[in-house]
Design a protein around this ligand. Structure first.
Ligand SMILES: NC(=O)c1ccc[n+]([C@@H]2O[C@H](COP(=O)([O-])OP(=O)(O)OC[C@H]3O[C@@H](n4cnc5c(N)ncnc54)[C@H](OP(=O)(O)O)[C@@H]3O)[C@@H](O)[C@H]2O)c1
Length: 180
């Protein structure tokens, strides 16, 4: 008998993560829909329906990561797929255009170190923390996969070409965090 595959997607209450959750469930995967806000995660899982189970996980909070790991261990005993999707492009939410003025304010010579630390805390160290915590569960799968959601703006290959449309915005905040 083939058991359902079990996936954990971080930051899956909206955006890319939510869509990936929806499509994996449609393909028969049991999806643990990660959300730092439990209520948002419950609402998103309910919208997808059977096969999507909400799980609270804030990737910058070690206690939250380890509670999620313990729950997955207890309820499933393994993980087949980890999608490291949760990410932020800036420290504070803003309704403004992300690209407008971005390059000038976010060069190595101008970027705020607090801004760099905040974005790297989520995109790099948070992602690494989830990876380390979930690895023992992934090792119990016979066919484990890890998907790290990066970005074209973090691609060193693309950015090596000066005509790449996002070349001018490459800097230490979001783009370099996605490279990392
Ligand atoms: N959209 C794009 O054009 C694009 C392009 C390339 C790559 N990406 C990458 O795709 C991924 C998803 O982006 P998106 O556009 O879907 O963004 P989004 O709509 O802002 O969704 C980001 C998700 O990450 C969650 N998140 C943020 N910080 C978190 C934390 N500390 N712990 C747990 N969850 C956290 C958010 O939770 P809340 O709802 O609570 O804020 C949200 O669920 C990111 O890694 C991003 O870098 C996006």
């Amino acid at each position: 008998m083939t058991l359902d595959r079990i996936a954990l997607i971080t930051g899956a209450n909206q955006g890319v993560g939510f869509q990936v959750a929806k499509e994996l469930v449609a393909n028969g995967v049991t999806v643990l829909l990660g959300s730092r806000d439990a209520a948002k995660g419950a609402a998103a899982a309910q919208e997808i329906g059977e096969g999507a189970l909400p799980i609270q996980i804030d990737i910058t909070d070690s206690a939250s990561i380890h509670a999620a790991q313990a729950r997955i261990e207890r309820e499933f005993g393994r993980l087949d797929l980890l999608v490291n999707n949760a990410g932020i492009s800036r420290a504070a939410r803003s309704d403004g255009d992300f690209l407008e003025g971005y390059a000038a304010a976010n060069k190595a010579s101008t970027a705020s170190l607090d801004e760099i630390r905040a974005v790297w805390e989520t995109n790099v160290f948070g992602t690494l923390a989830v990876y380390q915590a979930m690895l023992p569960l992934l090792r119990k799968s016979s066919d484990a996969r890890i998907v790290n959601v990066s970005s074209g703006v973090g691609s060193l290959t693309a950015n090596a070409d000066p005509s790449y449309p996002y070349h001018s915005m490459y800097g230490p905040v979001y783009p370099a965090s996605k490279t990392a």
